[in-house]
Ligand binder design. Sequence first.
Ligand SMILES: [Zn+2]
Ligand SMILES: [Zn+2]
Length: 134
Amino acid sequence: MSKLCLNCETNEAVKYSTYSNGNFCEKKCARAYSTKNDRANISKKVSQTLTGSGNGDVTKNCPTCKKDFTNIYKRRHRQFCSPNCSNNNDAVKEKLSQTKKALANGIINTMTMKEKIAKQEAMRVEQTNLYDSK
Ligand SMILES: [Zn+2]
Ligand SMILES: [Zn+2]
């Protein structure tokens, strides 16, 4: 039973040499076919990489333990491999203490604001009383 060359699909496939697997009509076709296949594989790989950056897993390097870890796409912004590493990172600790300081300042600010409002309220009440006593 004769079959056609896998590449050109025109000529009969023959075992043209000892290295031939009998799928092609000649060496040229065998080479052309494998190049075509390579290209298909490469473009497949490229599209896989693209989907990887699109919605697949994202591999990152943990800044604390220096290990590679995989984030699912939903958590791709995570920097650390584990909550432990996140808590033990100096940069995060620094940021956290800054946030705490800012928060403390924020509370003080809120208190002064409240004091101001309270003072204004007291003044308003005083004025109202003045009007009432008239
Ligand atoms: Zn051929
Ligand atoms: Zn880690």
